[in-house]
Write a protein that binds this ligand. Structure first.
Ligand SMILES: Nc1ncnc2c1ncn2[C@@H]1O[C@H](COP(=O)(O)OP(=O)(O)OP(=O)(O)O)[C@@H](O)[C@H]1O
Ligand SMILES: [Mg+2]
Length: 458
């Protein structure tokens, strides 16, 4: 016997009997009710996982019953049975949040498919709710969805690292795996949580800017320095500073950072006095820093100091069913944002998602779902709603997706053309182009820098 219980609400005994037979064969636990009143009693006593509901009942209508269920906050799926000539009732039921409807006479195979989908959707919903709950206890307000062994290991590490208050942490992992989310969670769980969290994207600022951003400057230190400015290190005193894309910092900044790590003090640009701070430094990169060290592009001594504790966030393709869990999570979020009612992914989409290598990782999955929910209508995300392999390779085995099935272009060539395209369309307005590409302006600037694209004015 399965754990799941289905309540069949219909006044016709024969229909109840035949549905019960078929559903019991599928190992569901089946309850029956022939009136609204009896159905409400069953609901409060047994809390069924799913209700199959006829429209016409002796003491009311199916719609009235759904309204009553909403009043008592019952929100497990309801499948309406509707006669062909009452399809407006089905529509009304769907508006009230019924999961789906099946027309009478009931085709049992069709009904079974609808039930399976509904059950899958509540299973995922419950799993997400459970994880959220667990994480609330563990991680406060941050939700990092994941139930795979690799992610469980990561959660364990996060808790330990957060508790060991001051150690410097290096977070690595491919682009879009959730490094920033992990870092923010560490801060939020640490004893420093009530102090400042400062994030600096080292790739998005020029060298001189980043120095004054980090360390501040004295009045008059350079032409534009009209006032004294405190830097991030000073502002983050007692808290955490997050240096993102650390692999991109210049060699002179590497030296300065090493000094901060060694002496826990620094000087403002143009300043003479040493300023001492107590700051936890967390850095992140998606570049292979060890290789950069070997190539002489990153100081070995700095690398070892940053790498006191190393946290590796695994790529999405190694997280198995977490892909579907995350897809469902984002689906719920974007349903809310865009007031849509997508119920899940079609079978084909699921297969595609599990097969795809996700070179842009969780961010790519999030974008794919956002786009599908925003642009499409319907109940399920079908594979033609999703734009996969558009930029990236479909094969898991290919080298991290940096080649494509689409001509022989490299990933960065395609990225370059997408960025250029967006910039041209927006007459080089970076905010608008970033919006088109669904990335932040900082990320766009970073990509432009990386891809050697100059802004129009230069
Ligand atoms: N496990 C997760 N659960 C829920 N949301 C996630 C998860 N992992 C990542 N996200 C979301 O995906 C997006 C990308 O995550 P994030 O910015 O932390 O990635 P990143 O590794 O820092 O990327 P990059 O290398 O490009 O800087 C964010 O919107 C984040 O909230
Ligand atoms: Mg990041």
């Amino acid at each position: 016997m399965r754990a799941e219980t289905i309540l069949v609400v219909d006044d016709e005994k024969l229909i109840r009997w035949s549905l019960k037979q078929s559903l019991q064969k599928e190992s569901f636990n089946v309850l029956e009710a022939e009136t609204v009143k009896a159905a409400l009693d069953r609901v409060s006593e047994f809390e069924p996982d799913l209700i199959i509901l006829d429209q016409r009942l002796p003491d009311g209508t199916g719609i009235e019953f759904i309204q009553k269920l909403r009043e008592i906050s019952f929100d497990n799926p309801i499948v309406m049975l509707s006669a062909v000539d009452t399809s407006n009732v089905a529509v009304q039921a769907m508006k009230l949040g019924a999961f789906d409807y099946v027309t009478k006479p009931v085709n049992i195979d069709e009904l079974k498919i609808v039930i399976e989908k509904a059950m899958e959707s509540i299973r995922l919903k419950r799993q997400i709710a459970f994880l959220r709950d667990e994480q609330k206890k563990q991680f406060g307000n941050f939700t990092i969805i994941g139930d795979s062994p690799v992610m469980k290991k990561l959660f364990n590490m996060i808790s330990k690292i957060a508790a060991s208050d001051s150690s410097t942490v290096l977070v690595t992992g491919e682009s879009g795996v959730g490094k920033e989310l992990v870092v923010r969670t560490i801060h939020a769980l640490s004893e420093r949580k009530d102090k400042c969290f400062m994030a600096v994207n080292c790739a998005s600022l020029t060298e001189s800017l980043i120095e004054s951003e980090l360390f501040g400057h004295q009045k008059g230190a350079f032409t534009d320095a009209k006032n004294l400015k405190k830097g991030m290190f000073e502002l983050a005193d007692g808290g955490t500073i997050f240096l993102d894309e650390i692999g991109d910092i210049s060699s002179s900044l590497q030296v300065k950072l090493l000094r901060v790590l060694d002496q826990k003090s620094f000087k403002r640009v143009g300043g003479t006095s040493e300023i001492s701070v107590d700051v936890r430094i967390i850095t992140a990169t998606n570049q292979p820093l060890e290789e950069k060290v070997e190539e002489g592009k990153f100081r070995a001594d700095l690398f070892y100091r940053l790498n006191v504790v190393h946290l590796y966030v695994p790529p999405l393709r190694e997280r198995g069913n977490d892909i579907l869990l995350l897809a469902h999570y984002f689906l719920q979020e974007f349903n809310k944002t865009f007031r849509k009612n997508f119920k899940g992914l079609s079978g084909e989409t699921k297969e595609l998602f599990l097969k795809y290598n996700w070179p842009g990782n969780v961010r790519e999955l999030k974008n794919v779902i956002e786009r599908a929910v925003l642009l499409d209508e319907g109940d399920y995300i079908f594979s033609h709603h999703v734009e996969l392999g558009h930029l990236h390779s479909l094969s898991k085995n290919e080298d991290a997706g940096y080649s494509t099935t689409n001509g022989n272009l490299t990933f960065s060539q395609i990225e370059r053309s997408a960025v250029l395209d967006a910039l041209t369309k927006t007459n080089f307005n970076q905010s608008q182009a970033a919006k088109l590409l669904q990335i932040s302006r900082d990320q766009l600037r970073y990509k432009m820098k990386k891809l050697g694209i100059k802004s129009k004015s230069i």
